[in-house]
Design a protein around this ligand. Structure first.
Ligand code: G3P
Length: 218
């Protein structure tokens, strides 16, 4: 399973990328607003920090304008993946950008039917938002299971399932059990994945015993 980080915080991306765990980055207009920085500047900077795809979202609502914005974003760096909303115009723009060989992440997916349409439009990634479904009392993970089952029926489809709106480590574990291609994680969730209280406890005990030996490795 590939891990993307879901943030526009360049310092966080830089720190996490050093682990070798970061296969890409996703941003959205809310995350860019939170960073308080210029969108273009942030996208360029992130693209220089990671080799994998960096999703940058258009804000136009009409297909031709989405394509124009998508082309401009794709010109910023070779690893930009244009993020488009799952709307009628978004799907039209997806088709056009894919014909130009520009990678596309179709976002704001909340149903298996929408995911099927994204794949038919040639999306490189589809982003089902599982946390927001859970927030509504629905089962976000069931959506990942449904999409995976549908895509498996059509091996020629190349769209990757990018699990988004991830809230906690169990979302990642359950999505991995379903074979999802990618999970995009808030930095806090990626850090939570690393931590286990027994790891900390075990390390404390090892270090206490080591101190008693009076030795040092170097
Ligand atoms: O970037 C898309 C998605 O991951 C947003 O998640 O937490 O705002 O529902 P969230």
């Amino acid at each position: 399973m590939k891990f993307f980080v879901d943030t526009a915080d360049v310092a966080e991306i830089d720190d996490l990328a050093a682990t070798g765990l970061v296969d890409g980055v996703t941003t959205n207009p809310s995350l860019v607003a939170k960073s308080g920085r210029s969108f273009v500047e942030v996208v360029r900077e992130i693209c220089g920090l990671v080799d994998g795809p960096v999703s940058a979202e258009v804000t136009a609502l009409e297909a031709e304008a989405m394509v124009a914005e998508g082309r401009a974003l794709a010109d910023l760096a070779a690893n930009v993946c244009v993020k488009l909303p799952l709307t009628f115009d978004g799907l039209k723009a997806c088709r056009q950008l894919r014909r130009a060989n520009i990678p596309v992440n179709v976002t704001l997916c909340f149903s298996a039917a929408q995911a099927l349409l994204a794949a038919k439009a040639g999306a490189s990634f589809v982003s089902p938002f599982i946390g927001r479904l859970d927030d509504q009392g629905q089962d976000g993970m069931q959506l990942i299971a449904d999409i995976s089952e549908i895509y498996a029926q059509y091996p020629r489809l190349e769209t990757e399932v990018l699990v988004a709106s991830v809230r906690h480590p169990m979302h990642v574990v359950e999505a991995a059990k379903l074979g999802a291609d990618v999970a995009t994680l808030p930095p806090s969730v990626l850090r939570q994945l690393i931590k286990h209280p027994l790891t900390d406890k075990g390390l404390d005990a090892f270090l206490a015993d080591w101190a008693k030996t009076g030795q040092s490795i170097l």
